[in-house]
Design a protein around this ligand. Structure first.
Ligand code: PLP
Length: 359
């Protein structure tokens, strides 16, 4: 039996995708071998890779002048790879800090760049997005980096910042959850294991004119231009993760694309926040309402001594991975694309029942 999995990552995958992968596991399309056993340079895998990129381009309407890279090292390696590639002779980069992930990205960038913090909510514990008119933008910055959805703190932008330098965004936990105007960005990246596919793969969508001028000493593997020229196959790519991401893209198309997903995700988030807000303080979410994440919903119990019981009871009902990140504690429900309305409704039902029994 499958459980309702609210893990922040690696996260739930659509059951239809897993079933298809299972059906094709031993013999992909009658070829007598698994995708895992194929040459990445053979025609079969090339077809899988090309189709995956095309489906992603269709879903996000990615303009022609953007390259899609299927890389490794997770979002965390991008924290370094971005300054290595995007400083382009400049020294400074702007960072906006709205949670642990953007703070980590800034810390890593300091190895290569003078990081200028354009805005930060750190002193208030990452509960909101600082008002845009208070941002101190550096016109000499090579780019501005921000994290549209903070997976741990549950803070999400509801707009795309308008800046004069290339905009760089860590979309690890919200890419493909709603339509996105890619043309507003210089670079978008996302680790796969939240909303895209299995771990081991990170997607980079980068505007072509930003490629080609890396920091001296940059390893070949870290040069976006090399990856772009080699079709993300300078070395052996994570073939199975790429294939599975491709199945997820196709599944998203069958669901009606990103507008359809956005509507479902909106309803799921409203149901869960609605339950928290209607609990009279029994459950609490610390984030300012305007910037609450649709993907990651952290919450605490008024009586923290009930947390262990909450998690244990939830697990007994097949609702798993609801503990908050170790750095912030409390609870967190991650409700990505693959977490169904049925799963969220089951969680809301459990939370109401739990409050009735304990409140
Ligand atoms: C999970 C996550 C990361 C780190 O991803 P890794 O693939 O483990 O490196 C970075 N940024 C955000 C927003 C995340 O959610």
């Amino acid at each position: 039996m499958r459980v309702y999995n609210f893990c922040a990552g690696p996260a739930a995958l659509p059951q239809a995708v897993l079933t298809e992968a299972q059906r094709e596991l031993l013999s992909w399309q009658g070829k007598g071998m698994s995708v895992m056993e194929m040459s990445h340079r053979g025609l079969d895998f090339m077809a899988i890779a090309t189709q995956a990129e095309q489906d992603l381009r269709d879903l996000l309407h990615i303009p022609e002048n953007y390259r899609v890279l299927f890389l490794q090292g997770g979002a965390s390696l991008q924290f370094a790879q971005i300054p290595m590639n995007l400083l382009r002779g400049k020294k400074k980069a702007d960072y906006v800090l709205t949670g642990m992930w953007s703070a980590k990205a800034a810390t890593e960038a300091r190895r290569f760049a003078e990081v200028h913090v354009a805005a930060s909510d750190e002193v208030y514990g990452y509960r909101t997005v600082p008002a845009f008119d208070t941002w101190e933008l550096d016109t000499q910055a090579a780019y501005l980096h921000y994290t549209p959805n903070e997976t741990i703190h549950g803070v999400e932008f509801n707009y795309i910042p308008e800046v004069s330098v290339p905009l760089v965004a860590d979309f690890s936990s919200s890419l493909l959850s709603e339509p996105l105007d890619v043309s507003r960005f210089g670079l978008i990246y996302a680790g796969a294991q939240k909303n895209i596919g299995p771990a081991g793969l990170v997607l980079v969508i980068v505007r072509e004119d930003l490629l080609g001028e890396v920091v001296p000493g940059t390893p070949t593997m870290m040069d976006y231009r090399v990856a772009a020229e080699q079709g993300s196959m300078y070395n052996t790519p994570p073939t199975f993760s790429w294939y599975l991401a491709g199945l997820v893209f196709r599944w998203l198309k069958h669901q009606g694309g990103l507008s359809a997903m956005a509507a479902i995700n909106q309803r799921k988030a409203e149901a869960l926040y609605g339950c928290i807000d209607a609990s009279g303080g029994f459950y609490q979410n610390p984030v300012s309402k305007t910037y609450r994440s649709r993907m990651n919903v952290p919450f605490t119990l008024m009586d923290t001594s009930l947390e262990k019981v909450f998690l244990k009871d939830a697990e007994q009902q097949g609702l798993v991975n609801l503990a908050g990140h170790r750095s912030v504690g409390g609870m967190r429900a991650s409700i990505y694309n693959a977490v169904s309305s049925e799963a969220v409704n089951a969680l809301v039902g459990f939370m109401r029942d739990f409050q009735q029994r304990m409140g």
